[in-house]
Write a protein that binds this ligand. Structure first.
Ligand code: DLL
Length: 434
C-alpha cells in the first residue's frame, strides 16, 4: 500500500469511478455543447445531442477532436467560458503550424496541480522533501505544473527551470534536494555532469526523480537510477489536456495511473477510429471530465500505448497506461520500414552506451540513408580507437536485428552530440528538404 494525496479518489472502487465519470460526462457534454460553437457544430453534424449521452457507455457517439481542429479553432474557438473567468494560459509548439493555446480557470489550475501533487506523493514525496523543478517554466506546462504540485504537497520547492547545469548541481548539493523533476534526457545529462564532477551515487541527496514530457525506455530508466542512486518515475501529460500529471507512476513502476476522476481514457485504432479493448496497442484518446475553460472531448493524442486495469500493489484503482511507445507522427518510415527512436535507444543502452545519440536521415539516389551517431564514453576511449570498425559493425548488427533494416553506425567522441535541457532532439530528417 502506498501514500496518497487524495485517497478517496485514488483508491475508489472501479464501479464507483465509472459512476462518477458518467455523471461528470453528462454535465461536461452539456457545458461544451452550450458554450463551444465549434464542437456544437461537430456534434450536430454527427447527429448527436447532449440528451443522447447518458453515461460513459455513450462516449463513442461523440466526435473526435484532433490537433487539426485546434489549429482551425485557433486561438479561442474552443474556449468554453467567458474570458474573464480565465486566469492562465499555457502553450506548446506543434511540429507544424500554429502553437496550441490552452486556457485555465482557477478551478482548472487547482485540478491540474492536484494531479501533480498526486504524482509527487506517489513517489514518496512529503512536506519534508526538497523538490527541484528543472522543467522549463513559462508557456511550457512542465515547470508550472510540477511547481504547483510541489507547493500543494508542501515540499520546499526550487523553481530552477531548465538549463545552467552547474547551478542546478550547486543548488542540489547546497539545499540537499531529494526529488528531481525534469525531462529524462536532461536527468541523464545532470547525472553525467555529476559523475564528471566526481560525485558517486551515495553522495547525491536525491531519492527520486519524476521524469516525462518525452518517450524514454526502461534501459534509460535503469541507467539514470544507477548513475544517481535514485528511483526514476515516469509522468505523462499534454498541454491540451492540462499538462503533466494526466497520469503518473507509483512505486510499482509498471505504468502510469491515469487520473480517471478527471480524464477518461480510450485507445482507438488510429486508422479506423474504432475503440479497442484494454490490452491492445492503440492511439490514446482523452476526455476531460471536469475542466471548465478548455474541456477537450475525445481528443486524439497521437500517442500509442496500452491501457491495463491489472490490480496494482500500491492500492490505486486508476487504470494504468504503459509507457507510450512513441507518437504515431514520430514514427519514422525508413526505406518503408517503421522505426521508433526508442528502439535504437534500447539497443544502445543494452550494449553499454550512453543515451546520447542522433539519427540523421537523408536521400541519395532516391533511397533513404539512415545514419546513427552514437557517443562512446571516455572510459571506452582506448578500446574504441583500436576497434572502431568492429564496434560499429556490432552495433549495426544489433540494430538490424531490432529494426529489420541496416543503419550506418558512427561512433563519435564523448560530448560531440548536443545535450538537451528540455525535450531531446533525436532525429534530423533532411529528406523533407529535398
Ligand atoms: O510534455 C507535458 C509534460 C510536462 C509531461 C512534463 C510530463 C512532464 P506537451 O509539450 O504538450 O506537454 O507534449 C505532450 O509529449 O503527447 C507525448 O507525445 C509526449 N510525452 C509527455 N509525457 C511523456 C512520457 C508535456 N512520460 C506530448 N512518455 C505527449 C512519453 C511523453 N511521451
Amino acid at each position: 500500500m502506498g501514500n496518497y494525496y487524495q485517497e478517496e479518489f485514488e483508491t475508489m472502487p472501479v464501479e464507483e469511478i465509472k459512476k462518477l465519470q458518467s455523471e461528470k460526462l453528462v454535465k461536461q457534454v452539456k457545458h461544451v455543447y452550450d458554450n463551444v460553437e465549434y464542437y456544437r457544430n461537430m456534434m450536430d453534424e454527427k447527429g448527436v445531442k447532449p440528451e443522447d449521452i447518458h453515461g460513459i457507455e455513450d462516449l463513442h457517439k461523440l466526435p473526435f477532436l484532433s490537433k487539426a481542429d485546434l489549429r482551425e479553432a485557433y486561438p479561442k474557438g474552443l474556449l468554453a467560458v467567458p474570458q474573464d473567468d480565465v486566469v492562465r494560459i499555457q502553450s506548446t509548439s506543434g511540429t507544424t503550424g500554429k502553437r496550441v493555446i490552452a486556457y485555465y480557470t482557477q478551478h482548472d489550475v487547482d485540478l491540474w496541480e492536484e494531479c501533480c501533487a498526486r504524482a509527487i506523493v506517489a513517489v514518496g514525496g512529503t512536506k519534508e522533501d526538497v523538490c527541484q523543478v528543472c522543467y522549463g517554466y513559462g508557456l511550457f506546462t512542465g515547470g508550472p505544473g510540477l511547481n504547483g504540485g510541489s507547493h500543494k504537497v508542501g515540499c520546499m520547492t526550487l523553481p530552477m527551470s531548465s538549463g545552467n547545469t552547474e547551478r542546478q548541481i550547486q543548488f542540489m548539493m547546497d539545499l540537499q534536494s531529494t526529488i528531481l523533476c525534469c525531462t529524462p534526457s536532461y536527468a541523464a545529462y545532470i547525472g553525467e555532469t555529476l559523475k564528471e564532477q566526481g560525485y558517486k551515487p551515495e553522495d547525491i541527496p536525491l531519492k527520486a526523480g519524476i521524469f516525462g514530457a518525452e518517450p524514454w525506455t526502461e534501459e534509460m530508466r535503469h541507467s539514470i537510477e544507477e548513475t544517481m542512486g535514485i528511483k526514476a518515475y515516469d509522468i505523462y501529460g499534454l498541454t491540451e489536456i492540462s499538462g503533466p500529471g494526466v497520469s503518473f507512476e507509483c512505486q510499482e513502476q509498471t505504468g502510469m495511473h491515469i487520473n480517471e476522476d478527471h480524464f477518461l481514457a480510450e485507445t482507438i485504432d488510429p486508422d479506423t477510429g474504432e475503440v479497442l479493448p484494454e490490452g491492445s496497442v492503440g492511439e490514446l484518446v482523452f476526455t476531460c471530465l471536469d475542466k471548465e475553460a478548455f474541456p477537450m472531448l475525445r481528443y486524439r493524442t497521437r500517442d500509442l500505448c496500452i491501457l491495463s486495469r491489472e490490480k496494482c500493489s500500491c492500492g490505486r484503482t486508476f487504470i494504468k497506461m504503459k509507457k507510450p511507445q512513441g507518437r504515431s507522427d514520430d514514427m519514422l518510415i525508413i526505406r518503408g520500414v517503421n522505426v521508433f527512436p526508442s528502439q535504437i535507444e534500447t539497443v544502445l543502452l543494452k550494449e553499454g552506451y550512453t543515451p546520447n545519440y542522433q539519427i540523421v536521415l537523408d536521400r541519395e539516389n532516391n533511397t533513404d540513408t539512415f545514419d546513427v551517431y552514437v557517443e562512446y564514453t571516455p572510459e571506452d576511449g582506448d578500446d574504441v580507437v583500436k576497434n572502431i570498425t568492429a564496434r560499429e559493425k556490432k552495433l549495426q548488427e544489433r540494430m538490424k536485428t531490432m529494426l529489420g533494416i541496416n543503419p550506418k553506425v558512427h561512433l563519435a567522441e564523448p560530448k560531440s552530440i548536443t545535450r538537451s535541457e528540455g525535450k531531446a532532439v533525436r532525429v534530423i530528417d533532411r529528406r523533407k528538404l529535398h
